[in-house]
Design a binder for this molecule. Structure first.
Ligand SMILES: *Cc1c(COP(=O)(O)O)cnc(C)c1O
Length: 366
């Protein structure tokens, strides 16, 4: 959307605190990432947690336009939400499915991540009762020490699962525990899945381990033929030093804004009260170097953040009631990145994105 049209569109809403989600940027990020992958590598768009707070149902078609081949979510509720919009792409459920949720896998046409033979056996039984073959991905634990088939037992367990008549192994994957901090460990995880894939991979199986940070150190080469992209789709770099992602030219998708309610004077300072507090997802504590934008000027936060309001020193501005306050995003050519805001609030970027509650309006820019 053209900037003037966008401003007009955003300004038609009466709003107090809101996020703006720019779907053109989202689609363009997905396209840039997809185009950077070797030909034939499948793009799994990770859209768990409401597409990291970017309004998943409405965002899905833009992922598809950008080139996403399939989706990944955390649980079956999220899979059902994907299915309301998209019927023709696989939806991988990354976290273990609860026992009582297992029948829903069939209702939603989801692909579960299977972590044990017992689980596979239970799915096999349900599939057989329904006269169906269920596609699953095997979740390998290559070192996180959480859910998944422990890599040292993978030979045995995958061989057992292969005997089940109503289960089809469509993929084998693992999650990198510290791709953003520990290169050596990351590469050792990669070797573990590689060894197992060499034994079991078939042409129609997806073998995947890359998350956003994994793209830095792990070459996308056989056996890997799919990547699971989360954070970078939303324009956020997992590395402070650029990490070799600069050439992608990704753009931040989300802006977080509020308005000034009133401006008062105290101790020779002009203080604005802003209609956002911790009930709007602004954390109760900021570091001293935190700033918000008012009239394109970086302004300091004063005192404590309340439930509904917070206060900002606007002495260096001509701010008045009703003016915009930007926590994340661009204002008059000055920008606060989601990374800066996250650092000032002692959060990781993933947390910032998913921590904006429903009270905050969502403005979707198509
Ligand atoms: C969330 C998640 C991802 C995406 O991670 P990013 O770091 O956001 O790219 C990939 N794989 C699994 C298993 C996940 O849970």
């Amino acid at each position: 959307m053209d900037k003037n049209v966008k401003d007009k569109f955003v300004n038609t809403y009466i709003k107090r605190s809101w996020i703006e989600v720019d779907f053109d940027k989202l689609e363009s990020n997905v396209r840039k990432i997809k185009n950077s992958l070797p030909v034939g590598v499948k793009y799994v768009g990770v859209v768990k947690a409401d597409a990291y707070g970017h309004c998943m149902p409405q965002a899905l078609m833009r992922f598809i336009k950008g080139g996403a081949d399939m989706f990944a979510v955390a649980n079956l509720y999220e899979a059902s939400r994907v299915r309301e919009v998209v019927s023709d792409r696989p939806v991988l459920v990354l976290s273990p499915v609860l026992k009582e949720e297992r029948p829903l896998v069939f209702d939603y046409g989801a692909t579960p991540a299977v972590s044990s033979f017992d689980e596979a056996k239970a799915f096999d039984k349900l599939a057989s009762e329904r006269g169906k073959i269920l596609s699953v991905h095997i979740k390998l634990d290559t070192g996180m020490g959480r859910a998944g088939v422990w890599f040292e037992r993978a030979d045995e367990i995958i061989s057992q699962i292969l005997t089940l008549k109503n289960i089809k192994i469509n993929g084998i994957f693992s999650h990198l525990s510290s791709a953003d901090t520990d290169r050596e460990y990351t590469l050792s995880q990669v070797e573990r899945i590689r060894t197992i894939a060499q034994k079991f991979a078939t042409d129609d199986m997806l073998i995947h381990i890359h998350n956003s940070a994994g793209l830095r150190y792990v070459p996308i080469e056989p056996p890997f033929n799919a990547v699971r992209m989360g954070l970078i789709q939303y324009g956020i770099n997992p590395f402070d030093d650029g990490g070799g992602y600069e050439h992608l030219g990704l753009q931040s998708v989300l802006a977080f804004k509020s308005k000034i309610l009133a401006v008062g004077e105290r101790d020779g300072m002009r203080i604005a009260s802003v209609c956002a507090g911790y009930a709007d997802g602004v954390p109760a504590g900021f570091t001293d170097d935190a700033r918000v934008l008012v009239g394109g000027v970086r302004c300091k936060i004063v005192g404590k953040v309340g439930l509904d309001e917070m206060y900002v020193d606007v002495s260096n501005t001509t701010a008045k009631a009703g003016d915009e306050v930007t926590f994340i995003g661009e204002q008059n050519g000055t920008e606060i990145s989601l990374a800066d805001y996250s650092r000032w609030t002692s959060r990781i970027p993933w947390e910032t994105m998913v921590a904006i509650p429903r009270r905050v309006d969502r403005i979707l820019i198509h």
